[in-house]
Design a protein around this ligand. Structure first.
Ligand code: SAH
Length: 395
């Protein structure tokens, strides 16, 4: 195995069990390891810190597989990591209320660069790093053993692969090709998922707990589901007895599925409306028209892609939150989210409170929200917490 030696004083984060080693921390590479090959990581004084996957094209040059320097990273090791992750989702299998959940959540499950989601009888996955790509065949075989399914589909059509020197890829990895729309059940709500063309691996599974939570605040309510995607929160609200749901999204394809999902869950489809448009403009128009709602959900896409765009993103979050709060009737509930990893919970809290100040409304935080537990965050890898939210009541 090739040895990689770090510069003096650059071993701190590895000793803290953080899995990323940036190129600038590396003093010496003894050899020319191939992309994805396992390398042994040493501190400047020669202490063995662990074993990681080498990625020659990426600024994140090594991603740690293990902090045990004596470990061999081979097929058995990779299979064990998959087995461990899949085994930890056993409660979803046992509970039976939900048949769509994340099986492997990258770094937090000890498999950097690998995301695997189960949608009913199908798996949909992403390989985003050279290390995960190197072990694809073994990972697919382990998934077939530990989480049997009808077929495994790959959705590695993500920009981050470019940083790793990997071309995009989508297609069937094993078993049968999935149907165009897979039916799933989530806490009593039914959704159709398009794993071929949908966002991420097909569905925003990370919001499952939050969709369940808003049901308690939806009965008899007029609900605004801004950035609706395929219906998500709005479907949950309808199932919980909402009087009306207004979905707003830029994507016509997402709204088509939102309509189909509504029809799957209720015979009162007429209580739902589907508006294709820019949330910023639609909410402004609603405000000008004097419209109001009892429950407003704001679940925008990632506004902050880099540190440089964080302040601009913060302004975007503030604008939609200000508009969302203005549309709330007194006593109404706001569920507001940010899935930008760069936006810390503290900064997000500040942004929403700035919006409350401008809106001149008293707002209570009922709960602080985050991604569901099948999307765990490594305790020593804070980058793994990307989804945060606030459930608020506005007076
Ligand atoms: N809440 C959803 C997921 C939302 S993902 C769920 O539970 O499934 C974010 C969505 O915002 C995407 O569907 C995307 O098409 C949409 N979007 C992005 N920018 C937008 C904008 N400016 N106006 C309206 N929709 C937008």
């Amino acid at each position: 195995m090739t040895d990689i030696t770090l510069h003096p004083h650059r071993d701190f984060s590895v000793l803290r069990r953080h899995p990323w080693i940036f190129s600038g921390a590396i003093a010496r590479v003894d050899g020319a390891p191939a992309a994805g090959e396992a390398v042994r990581v040493l501190s400047s004084d020669g202490a063995v810190l662990g074993v990681g996957a080498f990625s020659p094209a990426s600024q994140i040059r090594v991603r740690m597989w293990t902090f045990d320097g004596g470990q061999t990273v081979d097929e058995a090791f990779v299979r064990d990591r998959v087995a461990r992750a899949v085994g930890a989702r056993a409660l979803f299998v046992a509970e039976d209320a939900t048949d769509a959940y994340r099986l492997v959540n990258a770094e937090a499950d000890g498999v950097p660069g690998l995301v695997v989601d189960r949608y009913g009888e199908w798996l949909s996955c992403q390989f985003t790093t050279a290390g995960a790509e190197r072990w694809k065949k073994e990972i697919v075989s382990a998934l077939q053993t530990y989480s049997p399914c009808r077929g495994i589909y790959e959705r590695s059509d993500v920009d981050v692969r470019e940083h790793e020197g990997l071309a995009p890829f989508t297609g069937v990895l094993a078993g049968e090709a999935p149907p165009e729309r897979i039916g799933i059940v989530e806490n009593g709500c039914r959704y159709l998922v398009d794993v071929r063309e949908g966002h991420k691996t097909g569905f925003y599974l990370d919001q499952r707990d939050n969709r369940e939570l808003i049901k308690r605040h939806a009965n008899g309510c007029d609900v605004l589901n801004a950035f609706s995607y395929t219906g998500g929160f709005g479907i949950a609200a309808v199932v919980a007895g909402a009087a009306s749901v207004t979905h707003v999204d830029l994507s016509g394809a997402a709204l088509e599925l939102a309509k189909a999902n509504t029809a799957l869950n209720t015979c009162h489809v007429g209580a739902s409306s589907f508006l294709q448009g820019n949330v910023f403009e639609v909410l402004r128009a609603f405000r000008d028209a004097g419209r109001s709602f009892d429950l407003v959900v704001l679940d925008p896409p990632k506004f902050a892609e880099s540190k440089g765009s964080l302040m601009k993103a913060a302004r975007g979050y503030k604008d939609i939150n200000l508009l969302g709060i203005k549309l709330l009737r007194p006593g109404g509930v706001l569920a507001t989210f940010s899935c930008s990893g760069l936006m810390t919970p503290e900064l997000f809290h500040k942004v929403v409170s700035d919006a409350a100040v401008d809106a001149k409304r008293d707002i209570q935080v009922l709960r602080r929200l985050q991604q569901a537990e099948d999307h765990p965050e490594g305790l020593c890898f804070p980058e793994g917490l990307y989804l945060k939210g606030l459930l608020c009541r506005a007076w």
